[in-house]
Ligand binder design. Sequence first.
Ligand code: SF4
Ligand code: SF4
Length: 301
Amino acid sequence: MRIILLSSGEYGSRIINNIATHGFAEHIVGMYEFPDDLPEFLDDVDEYIPKNLPEADLLVSTGLFGDINLVIPEIVKKTGVKSVIIPIHDPKQIPAGLQSEIEVMLKDTTSIFPKPFCSLVASGDPYIDKFSAKFGKPKMEIEGDTIIKNVNVITDAPCGCTNYIAEKIVGMPVEDAELESGNKFHNYPCLASMSTDPIIGDTYMHLAGYKIKEAVKRALGFAVKTAKIDKETCSGGDDCDYLCMEVCPNVKAGDQTIFIDDNEKAEIDPASCGVCEICIKECPNGSIEVIEENLPINKDS
Ligand code: SF4
Ligand code: SF4
């Protein structure tokens, strides 16, 4: 697989460095950095298109804001790239209209826009799937029954935070790992935006934090803290149209964090619940609360 990497700013640099250092150096055929002080609107992006571009299969573009993203379809045309990953780490990075314009220009190419990059999972495209097996939604294996003896990172968050957290939780009691992974995540620090995405209703930094905690929970096979629905008082959508599902940021981002059970009642998956408490505030029947107890979970995401 031949990869072209585009980057801009601190966010782009960190991702590129991690990808190059920890997995795909031999696959990278071109790396191009763009200024991070360009105006949002550009009259002509042609002057920014790199010369002598190599042929490639996958293009990954990180940290480009505004119209400079329009170089992507031009680079794809010149390089024969078949698959494109454009992670979104800030709600202002690519306005919806610009994303639609780019998608139309890339109509003969597979293109995805994960929000944030560490939500990337396999999509059925051979190049994106090969990439996402190594970098994307965090996945790890944990050894140790009471104390964590070893952590094997299978899929690192593209910024490298999964490997950082894996090192930090070795030697810790297994019961503490879920909450401590959230604390360590804030020390890294994540460069995803703290501005709320108006569609998802949460920040990309929070979503990234939910993902790393989910990786720890799935590796351990249990969760210690989650929102939980009282099935006795949940109306099963009768008077609320499943408002909890409607407002859950993970559901809006495509996860099945809240789903409908066999009795038509809402249910929360403790593995992916980020305990943001948004659903708790919205449930008209007060049926949701945060609980702290050892809950077995499905190890597969
Ligand atoms: S938990 Fe609350 S919002 Fe969700 S379906 Fe039940 S009653 Fe409705
Ligand atoms: S607390 Fe509720 S809204 Fe927040 S992630 Fe968990 S299920 Fe979704």
